[in-house]
Ligand binder design. Structure first.
Ligand SMILES: Nc1ncnc2c1ncn2[C@@H]1O[C@H](COP(=O)(O)OP(=O)(O)OP(=O)(O)O)[C@@H](O)[C@H]1O
Ligand SMILES: [Mg+2]
Length: 382
């Protein structure tokens, strides 16, 4: 290295703890690189030879690979080749750092898939700038990919919405006819057996109506009525609806709601719908084991958001199901218990409010977190 890493006059993005893997066999060079990159704010791992570098890549790709060409064992060029079979240059930028500066070597490095090429001895400030520029591009690409995923998902949901709302709507009339006639027959039922069967018909009709109602709710796109809301109060009201059932099933519930919460601008009924589904899901999960249900509402230090956390110690959500639980119609429940729309609707509602809903699940329990931004400065209770 021919100089230190001064802060360049043109500011690139601040590092955000990105992970850089340095493959460098010269311990002194590796140490200095590590120190400096860590000081800047990157996470750094060092591999001292080719095999170590490949093992480190196997454990999960870093955000950027700083690759020495001449490594003991497997050469940097070979590592570059192998890495490119798995990750494209936008997912994993590879910077070749080498004393080989002849044009053939430069060509070979780019041909192997290197994103950039820095000749040794390099200027520290230049290397730093190149790293920052590649990471900036990577961040922008990731942002764009996320946005495209989001748009695709919205598209999928709106087509689904159009289809389902039509079907659900058409179901309501025949269901009303079945229900009315079953009720008339009930009154004239000659014996207990017949009226029992009719009751089952009515229960089934009721279930179909609920499903149709859920589908319509899912597809609905009308503007919602938003007002400054104390989310703590909405949580309390929701839990009150389920209190008796929870007591009946012997669930131990704790609720923590601070006194003065900043208000969020939200639709009360929609929020209640989101919370109710999470609470009912937890109750249903707790039927399979565990018995604790904890609800905590809080705001962050800057009072920019209100977070509601629902935790139960029931059986965890299997890792294979976890990525799908917010998908419409994904359910692990029997037909009469779930349609798999609860969380899909919930996520859409929360997103429409500018918030997010997330989940974690492991042996200790399952936590759903709903986070809504505070848009008004009002404080609940003022
Ligand atoms: N607290 C939880 N613990 C374990 N699994 C859960 C929990 N919450 C949700 N799940 C899983 O996520 C799936 C989807 O939940 P979602 O609320 O969307 O649908 P549902 O409860 O199955 O049906 P619906 O809400 O439409 O009646 C559930 O079937 C269940 O497998
Ligand atoms: Mg549900």
């Amino acid at each position: 290295m021919s100089e230190d890493f001064p802060v360049p006059s043109v500011r690139l993005d601040e590092p955000r703890g990105e992970h850089i893997l340095i493959a460098e066999d010269d311990p002194a060079a590796a140490r200095i690189l590590r120190q400096i990159l860590q000081q800047i704010g990157y996470r750094v791992t060092v591999a001292e030879d080719g095999a170590q570098a490949l093992r480190a890549l196997d454990e999960g790709p870093p955000d950027l690979l700083l690759l020495d060409w001449m490594l003991p064992g497997i050469s940097g060029l070979e590592i570059c080749h192998q890495a490119r079979e798995r990750w494209d240059p936008l997912s994993l930028p590879i910077l070749m750092v080498t004393a080989k500066t002849d044009p053939e070597s430069v060509y070979a490095a780019f041909d192997a898939g290197a994103s950039d090429y820095v000749a040794k001895p390099f200027r520290g400030a230049e290397l730093r700038a190149r790293i920052a520029a590649h990471l900036r591009t990577k961040r922008m690409v990731e942002e764009r990919r996320r946005m495209e995923d989001h748009l695709r998902e919205r598209d999928r949901l709106s087509t689904l919405g159009l289809l389902t709302s039509g079907v659900a709507h058409d179901l309501n009339n025949p269901l009303a006819v079945i229900s009315a006639h079953a009720q008339i027959l009930m009154r004239r039922a000659p014996d207990e057996g017949t009226s029992g069967q009719l009751r089952e018909i009515l229960d089934a009709v009721e279930r179909c109506r609920r499903i149709a109602g859920d589908l319509l709710g899912f597809a609905r796109r009308h503007p919602v009525e938003r007002e400054p809301l104390d989310l703590g109060e909405v949580v309390r009201a929701t839990l009150e609806l389920r209190r008796r059932d929870m007591e009946l099933h012997g669930l131990r519930t704790t609720v923590s709601i601070p006194g003065a919460l900043p208000r969020v601008i939200a639709d009360r009924h929609q929020m209640q719908q989101v919370f109710l589904n999470i609470v009912v899901n937890a109750e249903q999960a707790l039927a399979g084991g565990g018995g604790r249900f904890d609800v905590a509402v809080e705001t962050d230090a800057a009072r920019e958001a209100v977070t509601v956390r629902f935790t139960n110690d029931g059986p965890p959500i299997p890792a294979s199901a976890l990525p799908h639980i917010f998908d419409p119609f994904f359910t692990t429940k029997p037909e009469d218990e779930g349609t798999g729309l609860g969380l899909a609707i919930g996520r859409r509602i929360v997103q429409e409010h500018g918030g997010e809903i997330t989940v974690t699940s492991d042996a200790a329990g399952t936590t759903f977190t709903v986070r809504l931004p505070v848009e008004a400065m009002a404080v609940a209770g003022d």
